[in-house]
Design a protein around this ligand. Sequence first.
Ligand SMILES: Cc1ncc(COP(=O)(O)OP(=O)(O)O)c(N)n1
Ligand code: 3NM
Ligand code: MG
Length: 201
Amino acid sequence: MTLDPFYLIVDSARWIERLVPLGVKLVQLRIKERSDEDIRNQIRIAKSICTAHRCQLIVNDFWRLAIEEGCDFVHLGQEDLAEADLGAIRAAGLKLGLSTHDEAELEAALAAAPDYVALGPIYPTILKKMKWAPQGLARLSAWRERVHPLPLVAIGGLNPERIDGVFAHGADSAAVVTDITLNADPEARTREWIRKTEAWR
Ligand SMILES: Cc1ncc(COP(=O)(O)OP(=O)(O)O)c(N)n1
Ligand SMILES: Cc1nc(C(=O)O)sc1CCOP(=O)(O)O
Ligand SMILES: [Mg+2]
């Protein structure tokens, strides 16, 4: 399986409506602290937009809703993984991406036979408080060796200036939130990301 090198992560279907039509091919819907009803509704809208634009939708955390809504890819962190029913996810035909932040998490992730592994935060992130120091690029290269032949996703503090570095150190896809969603012109920044990742596509 291959992943698009530009992996957009957003917190609403509204963002998906705005940015996916620009040519985004891989997007994660990462919604926190909303009712199941609201999240279900946003998954529905996101799925319909992504289908129309041939964009791969990945649902973060809410694997039950993803199954019920006929999605085909979920992302889970280690705490999510501990509580998830992997058998049910697989039986429903969903692909699975997993977060890792240290050796123990990498072992646990590989044991779950995921479809990709993410390593973060590569650089400091302002999106959420994290207990891990920035991993840096050398760690990404080490993960590349360990994760092969699975795709490796880099996440945390990425921007267009840092893209070439993460790919040169073995990432297959660069995931991003605030560099786009907090940008003064998210549409222009999205186009810049698509251009900058073209060489890796
Ligand atoms: C591509 C990607 N990598 C890592 C994460 C983080 O997942 P998790 O550790 O479960 O934290 P939350 O995103 O749920 O706060 C991710 N979502 N996507
Ligand atoms: C959601 C998330 N997970 C991370 C991890 O390391 O697992 S870093 C991160 C935040 C990514 O946002 P930004 O691109 O704004 O730094
Ligand atoms: Mg999670």
